[in-house]
Design a protein around this ligand. Sequence first.
Ligand code: IMP
Length: 253
Amino acid sequence: MAQLSTFARKTNTKLVNCLSRRCKMVSVAVTVQQVARPAPAKEIASCSGRQTYHDDMAKILYTEAAISQRVAELGRQIAQDYQGKAPLVLGVLKGSFMFFGDLVRAIEPCPRGLTLDFIRASSYGSGTESTGEVKLKTDLKREKVEGRHVLLVEDIVDTALTITTVNRYLLEECGAASVATATLLDKHERRKLAYRPEYVGFVCPNEFVVGYGLDFDEEYRTIPYIGVLKPECYSHLGIKAPEPDCSGESGGE
Ligand code: IMP
């Protein structure tokens, strides 16, 4: 009964009244335990004591609404620019998966002959520092790319090592007719190679960001907005929170 009244106070009194009228108390008690205390999602080792990824955010830089509005604008622009060009839209995994899904739907009216594919690029292990070496994994065949106008879709261009490597691969090894880049974020303060993406969602301040596909140590990708983590979220890896003004590299894939 104590469980029942706590639950009733905390959640839905109507539901509990209905349950106690129709069912035996014992079965209500079981239901109460299951509903009132769901198993915590994944225990987040990086921020002990916090239950959800949202609790780990120090601040939100780009809200879901702001992202959605900007993606719609980019989509319209790309649709105009690529009419009659039958573009190959190529997502750079993994970080671009969410932006890619939203962007391709926003490319309206969709140019005829537009096709999609993916390439996987990784330059970083766990954490926020790069090895500086970019590895590409793809089963893209040269005949799929040769002579095509390729639009690369990236989550973020930071040092530009990744996008430059992918670009070179497409032009030099696959014979693309042209390569342009749509990136949601441009952290141009940290460039190591000169690179100017053709389509930019937002110019990003020099901070390590997560969400909307971007990860820290493979976590936080599914958050629908982009934010900056609290410093304590880095401590389990023995990593210091990235300094906004540091000159090291950041990233993942
Ligand atoms: P770049 O080669 O330094 O331009 O970095 C490219 C990749 O690093 C991106 O595709 C991201 O996966 C990752 N990256 C760079 N900055 C961040 C960040 O602030 N948060 C998460 N991932 C990042």
